[in-house]
Design a protein around this ligand. Structure first.
Ligand code: PMP
Length: 285
């Protein structure tokens, strides 16, 4: 079946979907994006993703290309046209097309909006969670504004590739203070031997993950202790469990960090329990 993309007001075959080479997303990574999970054909936690998108846009002074309700309608249409039952939707907004000049175009141009959706293999994701993933640590080398979901992902790309080449699935960035910030495409968590779940506060150094925010509600409901504080790679090595969160990973157990097993070396009971309960706390639209 042909995949369909939405590009600046038109639905077209993905093979024909194209943007102008003077799009500022292409020239300068001058844009932001969002990824939502699709379950049973519905968008998971769309209102939270919309709110983060609007915040990312306002932080870099790009206008919403259309109203929120209209944007949601286009997203649903992309899901429908691609007949995605389980998968993800990717949305990108850039500052638009203009002759190359670092400063913003003046007068402002229309932001570019592109949306794609793709099916993922649910069983494969479940099998991965049953096995757990390996992570490596790499030095943090990103700009301080990682709270903005910018398409400028070169450090993340290089970190993920390094992980892959070392037989791991994810890379955790470690700051000059020795503390883990987050993964190249996920938030990082550990569970202490006393059963407390620990993740860095969203105040600095991380993208405020939507999965992270929903998981905090799951933790409260299950009466599992949570500490929002930095943790070092050494503490992660000694932890009972570790896991990562992201929209398409939900809660993904980490069983190895830099080649050393975490806890028993198998996915931890708390991580698996949180994974099981997660969608009871999500919204579907
Ligand atoms: N941090 C980074 C750097 C990411 O790319 C992602 C995935 N988009 C996350 C955290 C997790 O965010 P979310 O739970 O909203 O997918």
């Amino acid at each position: 079946m042909a995949r369909i993309a939405y590009v600046n007001g038109r639905y077209c075959d993905l093979r024909d979907a194209a943007v102008n080479i003077e799009d500022r997303g292409y020239q300068f990574s001058d844009g932001v994006y969002e990824v939502c999970e699709i379950r049973n054909g519905s968008l998971v936690d769309l209102p939270r993703h919309m709110a983060r998108l609007k915040r990312s846009l306002s932080e870099i002074r790009i206008a919403m290309p259309m109203g929120e309700a209209a944007l949601a309608a286009v997203m649903h249409e992309v899901v429908r046209r691609n007949r995605v039952h389980y998968g993800l939707i990717y949305l990108q907004i850039t500052r638009g097309v203009a002759h190359r000049d670092h400063a913003f175009p003046s007068p402002a141009v229309k932001p570019s909006l592109t949306i794609t959706a793709k099916s993922l293999n649910f069983e494969k994701n479940q099998a991965m969670a049953a096995k757990g993933i390996a992570v490596i640590t790499v030095p943090e080398n990103r700009w301080p504004r990682v709270d903005i979901k910018s398409v400028s992902l070169l450090p993340n790309v290089l970190a993920k590739q390094q992980a892959k080449e070392q037989g791991a699935y994810e890379a955790w960035f470690v700051g000059s203070d020795g503390c883990v910030t987050e993964g190249s495409s996920s938030n990082a968590w550990i569970v202490t031997k006393a059963g407390t779940v620990v993740t860095r506060s969203a105040e600095s150094g991380i993208l405020p993950g939507i999965t992270r925010a929903v998981l905090m509600e799951v933790l409260a409901a299950l009466q599992i202790r949570l500490e929002e504080r930095p943790f070092t790679a050494a503490e992660a090595h000694e932890a009972a469990e570790a896991f990562v969160t992201a929209s398409t990973q939900i809660v993904m157990p980490v069983v190895k960090i830099d080649g050393k097993p975490v806890g028993t070396g198998a996915p931890g009971p708390i991580a698996l329990k949180l994974r099981d309960h997660f969608h009871g706390f999500s919204s579907f639209s």
